[in-house]
Design a protein around this ligand. Structure first.
Ligand SMILES: [Zn+2]
Length: 286
């Protein structure tokens, strides 16, 4: 853990430090070896929160994107069950940053315990199994209403570049066809509408996740994958065809929105002018 109470004050680990756990009150000792991430550990037993994951540099970097008062926040359910959220914003959104794989049962328990929860998962371990393909237009745009995309898959080199059908063109052979029911028809390539797609692009892409960690596809709370770049990939269902897509969202946008929005589902749904990076730390650059 990053924090323990020392004389009632939350403090980071320091050499030979002793403190108490802010969640359960038991003794903690500082672990400050030369080659480890400095942290606190329970002195006598396992961590009091069975959901707690050993911290990595990646966890610590995520916590440090948020004010200190948002990190490692304990929650108690009415029945006395207690857990510690990685990050909780002043507006009430809980962010769990997850490095290890997780069972469905544990994911469901955490989603129901926290409710207003968003997952940020470490994707660096499966980046080679995750292909990101062609742009998709904004699913709410007029353009998108008459497009049914062929599902992209690794080695399916047509669909990967962008193939689609139009319900409006296929009423003769499939009367009444809608986006949800049209399965085939006259095939078009994305190059025919490239300019329109570029104009209405809002970060959506087709993808294929080979050997996916299925629990994240079934999650009921929003899931963002961190592959280590400047953007997160949010897992989404694109439209009424059930097509899965990712949406790229800048980390700066995500960090801003979770501090402002009150619902985890509202993150990245609205436009806000973001502070310039130089002014993010309170320095005015005028
Ligand atoms: Zn404890």
């Amino acid at each position: 853990m990053q924090y323990a109470l020392v004389d009632e004050v939350r403090r980071e680990a320091f050499p030979n430090g002793k403190g108490t756990c802010p969640t359960c009150g038991s003794a903690m000792v500082a672990k400050c070896g030369p080659r480890i991430l400095h942290h606190w550990a329970h002195a006598g037993r396992r961590n009091c929160d069975p959901w707690w994951e050993n911290e990595t540099v990646w966890h610590r970097e995520w916590k440090e994107r948020f004010p200190e008062s948002c990190r490692e926040i304990s929650h108690m359910a009415p029945d006395g069950e207690i857990h510690r959220a990685d990050i909780k914003t002043p507006t009430g959104i809980v962010i769990e940053v997850q490095h290890s794989s997780m069972t469905d049962a544990e994911r469901l328990s955490r989603e129901s315990f926290y409710g207003n929860l968003v997952w940020v998962i470490d994707g660096r371990g499966f980046r080679d199994n995750f292909d990101i393909y062609h742009l998709l237009p904004d699913p709410t745009s007029d353009l998108a209403q008459d497009l049914v995309w062929s599902k992209a898959r690794r080695h399916m080199n047509g669909s990967n570049r962008g193939l689609f059908f139009r319900p409006s063109e296929n009423q003769d052979h499939q009367p009444g066809a809608t986006k949800a029911t049209l399965k085939d028809g006259w095939v078009h390539g994305i190059h025919e509408i490239e300019d329109q797609v570029n104009t209405s692009y809002r970060g959506h892409h087709q993808y294929d996740w080979v050997r996916p960690r299925k629990t994240w596809l079934d999650a009921t709370c929003p899931v963002y994958i961190d592959f280590g770049g400047d953007s997160l990939m949010r897992l989404e269902i694109y439209d009424e065809t059930g097509l899965r897509c990712i949406r790229m969202i800048a980390k700066r946008k995500f960090v801003h929105d979770v501090m402002v929005e009150t619902s985890a589902r509202a993150i990245a749904t609205r436009f806000y002018p973001l502070p310039r990076p130089e002014s993010a730390h309170g320095q005015l650059d005028m």
